[in-house]
Design a protein around this ligand. Structure first.
Ligand SMILES: [Zn+2]
Ligand SMILES: [Zn+2]
Length: 267
């Protein structure tokens, strides 16, 4: 058994990039010390796939949601479909949802409309949310403030803002998840945020197959590479890697309401 227990708080195991070797990638993650993966859905169809993958592994959990890129394709039936998936025992959160004004694949007003509707759904089902926000911090904060009293928390995934922005999200009850971007030499503002934030509010993720950490940059990302982000976080906090692994594992379980006994890792 591995000496580490690492949690990858955000991966996409059911993307075409893993069509040929998904089982191998999952096994490699386990060998690298990963004992908990949150497999994130980006559409109704993909959410069904991530749930099917989670059903095969006691230590993999699923979310159901529609990425803001797909907001223009959402309708009431899709919303209802996501709502149904939320009662599946392996689905621990609603997401990823949010706003992406960088690529603008769906109009801003449409993204904001469905973001609110999905947040309503999370409140109804009492699920935490996984939030994607890119070039849309002010709008995301505005909408989250509307839900402040109702929402049961969640995670700002692949956080890429400043310390001050992170603090505002923390005050709204959201935890902050850092991806492999934290390992990039030019990510100084992000590293500053990670250094100053309270360790009990920080998660780590790969967002695999995207955003490979520095030592694997340019290649397909995998959940096993979450170790590199853990290592950078350990250096920033001047703490042993094992302590960072344990803390971020516990934070992931708390953020998503996962009973530690439910997970497959026997450490
Ligand atoms: Zn995302
Ligand atoms: Zn994602």
């Amino acid at each position: 058994m591995c000496a580490l227990q690492l949690a990858d708080a955000h991966a996409h195991l059911d993307m075409p990039e893993y069509a040929a070797d998904q089982a191998h990638v999952i096994e490699q993650a386990w060998r690298a010390g990963v004992g908990l993966i949150i497999n994130v859905g980006i559409s109704l169809k993909n959410s069904r796939q991530v749930i099917a993958t989670a059903e095969k592994h006691p230590w993999i959990f699923a979310t159901a949601g529609v990425h803001p890129h797909g907001a223009a394709g959402v309708d009431e039936d899709i919303l209802a479909g996501i709502g149904e998936l939320l009662s599946h025992p392996k689905v621990i959160a609603l997401g990823e949802i949010g706003l992406d004004f960088y690529r603008h694949r769906s109009p801003a007003a449409v993204q904001e409309h469905w973001f609110r509707r999905f947040l309503d759904l999370a409140v109804l089902h009492r699920k935490p949310v996984v939030i994607h926000t890119r070039d849309a911090t002010a709008a995301t904060l505005g909408i989250l403030r509307e839900f402040r009293q109702k929402l049961g928390g969640g995670v700002m995934h692949c956080f890429s803002g400043t310390y001050d922005e992170a603090r505002v999200f923390l005050d709204l009850g959201m935890d902050i998840s850092f991806s492999g971007v934290l390992t990039y030499p030019n990510a100084k503002p992000l590293q500053d945020a990670a250094r100053r934030l309270p360790l009990d509010r920080i998660l780590i993720e790969t967002d695999a197959p995207y955003l490979s950490p520095q030592p694997r940059r340019g290649r397909r990302n995998e959940p096993g590479y979450v170790r590199f982000t853990a290592q950078t976080l350990a250096e920033l906090h001047n703490l042993p890697l094992a302590q960072i692994a344990r803390q971020t594992w516990n934070n992931t379980c708390r953020s998503f309401g996962i009973n530690k006994l439910q997970t497959g890792n026997s450490l």
